[in-house]
Design a protein around this ligand. Structure first.
Ligand code: FE2
Ligand code: FE2
Length: 209
């Protein structure tokens, strides 16, 4: 079975996570938190981001790193250990931001929530850059197309998974947009892409972010 060489969806998602933190931060700072509609829109958008990020890491932790570990050499094992430890560190920062958004109200301290989003941004970027620097080459070496199928299937079961492709494309480079939509076979993409894009545009409008 050939090893996987195209890991662009992983890196495209990393860029999308970073862009989304910026979007949520701007949306938070602009929002009038005494307006229930604005607050619930922001919370809904954050929830989508958090679920998608949790799902991304859970997929890597349960369906990617364990498949690779038995094949990896000692140096590669230390990288895999670092990936798992970084996911744990991220989960704890993410958990704190989850709490902030769950309890978002006129009483929330916007600057404090924004500072926590900044912290999440820093920790996430540290991890995704490390993963792209050292982890991706290991994935490309050992992860097989069949392993990827299981990973993709798991990702598609995520809540609001239908928003993921247009969301990853939002603000992405033309190359990122092309490789993101290439996840769907061309004949199906023809009608699915406009449908999902409309759904995402509606979601963005309803959230107000
Ligand atoms: Fe990743
Ligand atoms: Fe990761």
């Amino acid at each position: 079975m050939p090893a996987m060489t195209d890991t662009s969806m992983n890196t495209n998602m990393h860029s999308a996570f970073t862009r989304e933190i910026g979007r949520l931060r701007d949306g938070l700072l602009k929002a009038d938190l005494s307006d229930a509609k604005a607050t619930s829109g922001l919370t809904r958008r954050y929830k989508f981001f958090s679920i998608t990020l949790h799902q991304h890491h859970e997929g890597e932790d349960t369906l990617q790193w364990p498949v690779i570990r038995p094949k990896a050499n000692p140096h590669e094992i230390t990288v895999l250990d670092a990936m798992e430890a970084e996911h744990e560190a991220l989960a704890s920062v993410l958990g704190a931001v989850d709490e902030d958004f769950k309890t978002l109200s006129a009483n929330s301290d916007k600057d404090q929530v924004a500072a926590r989003l900044d912290e999440l941004d820093t920790v996430l970027l540290g991890h995704t850059q490390h993963e792209e620097r050292e982890g991706v080459a290991i994935v490309q070496k050992y992860f097989e197309e069949d392993d990827l199928k299981a990973f993709v299937k798991f990702s598609r079961n995520s809540q609001d998974a239908s928003l993921v492709l247009p969301w990853v494309s939002d603000g992405a480079t033309p190359a990122e947009v092309a490789s993101t939509w290439a996840m769907i076979p061309a004949p199906v993409r023809l009608f699915v892409k406009p449908m999902l894009t409309r759904k995402y545009t509606r979601f963005t409008k309803e959230c107000g972010v």
